[in-house]
Write a protein that binds this ligand. Structure first.
Ligand SMILES: Nc1ncnc2c1ncn2[C@@H]1O[C@H](COP(=O)(O)OP(=O)(O)OP(=O)(O)O)[C@@H](O)[C@H]1O
Length: 326
């Protein structure tokens, strides 16, 4: 499980701080595929990097923390921001954006696999024995072990992506993070990668966190999802509820803008642009684009809270519903 507690981050620049994540509070449970969606620049990658503890200057945690908790081989573990990197690969793994280009082009995949496995996990076996285990694992994932002898440039983009996912999941980490895992791949290959992630999650019964700007990806594979807007979470809930009955005005407009199969009505996008993160407006950051915004929305930041059981949103307009539901 990952707990995100009061998290705020910023990038320190010579022109001042760019406040990217603001007061983020939520939990990602065990045994689920959790999606993070939102427009370009809203902070999805920054959130994922912070979850994975890639918090290097100019990115700074101003407030709050991330806690990774779980149990492996009968032992409980708990790591928080600053320490999560001590358990990379073992209990948490990351498939970065443009993952296909993170492989070293001039090193065979088998060497890259061996280098990524923590020392304590291979101290009792020879490299050939570790590689035999890797080969068996690749076969389980319907990947030919021959890829181990290949250089990355000899593989297609889809094959490289599958190899990276195999690499990230080999140690059975409790949490796997994937940033835009299907971007830059053709539709057929995308489908194969999504199926692979779903099958792996079922097999490992772990937590998978998928960042994608593509709502179709979330619809197909995530159990719950968060909709980010300008560095905050606007709405969070079960994916089917988000699509069928969105409650935050931003989510409503986002879902309304999605094309539907068999429909020839032209869908309209959301007018306007998200605010600059360096100097965001006071109050709700969506207020300048929200057709329902009131004076209060323009001056007071709405709290992110549970509106209905399991359904969270940050919007003053939903306050009546909170009062009614107690
Ligand atoms: N090193 C940096 N210095 C200053 N600002 C940064 C830096 N890295 C990112 N930002 C800003 O932080 C904001 C969030 O960026 P981030 O990459 O997290 O967004 P994103 O939602 O993942 O976008 P995309 O979907 O385009 O990848 C953006 O406004 C970006 O310009």
């Amino acid at each position: 499980m990952l707990k995100i507690e009061n998290l705020s981050t910023s990038y320190k620049t010579i022109d001042g701080d760019v406040h990217v994540l603001k007061d983020i509070n939520f939990e990602i449970k065990d045994n689920e595929i959790f999606g993070i969606a939102g427009e370009s620049g809203c902070g999805k990658t920054t959130l994922l990097n912070t979850l994975y503890d890639i918090v290097d200057y100019p990115l700074v945690i101003d407030q709050g923390r991330v806690v990774l908790e779980g149990e492996k081989d009968g032992k409980k573990y708990s790591f928080e921001s600053g320490k999560i990197r001590d358990t990379w690969w073992n209990n948490i793994a990351y498939v970065p954006q443009a993952a296909q280009s993170v492989l070293n082009p001039i090193v065979r995949l088998k060497t890259q696999f061996l280098d990524s496995i923590p020392k304590d996990q291979k101290k009792n076996e020879k490299p050939e024995e570790t590689l035999a285990r890797v080969a068996d694992y690749l076969k389980e994932l319907n990947l030919s072990p021959d890829v181990l002898e290949s250089f990355p440039f000899q593989l297609s983009g889809g094959m490289r992506q599958r190899a990276i996912i195999a690499l990230a999941t080999f140690m059975s980490p409790g949490v796997v993070l994937a940033d835009e895992p299907t971007t830059a791949l053709d539709v057929v290959v995308q489908k194969g990668i999504l199926m692979m992630l779903m099958r792996l999650q079922k097999q490992l019964k772990n937590t998978m966190i998928i960042v994608s700007h593509d709502m179709g990806v979330h619809y197909q594979i995530t159990d719950r999802m968060a909709i980010m807007y300008s560095g905050s979470i606007a709405e969070l809930g079960k994916t089917e509820d988000i699509f069928n009955d969105p409650i935050h005005p931003y989510t409503k407009m986002l879902v309304d803008a999605l094309p539907r199969v068999g429909e020839d009505v032209q869908r309209v996008g959301i007018a306007g642009r998200p605010p600059a993160l360096k100097n965001p407006p006071p109050g709700c950051r969506f207020a300048p684009r929200c057709p329902h915004a009131t004076d209060r929305c323009r001056s007071e930041v709405p709290k992110f809270r549970e509106i209905r059981p399991g359904r969270f949103a940050a919007c003053h307009l939903l306050e009546e519903e909170v009062k009614t539901n107690g």
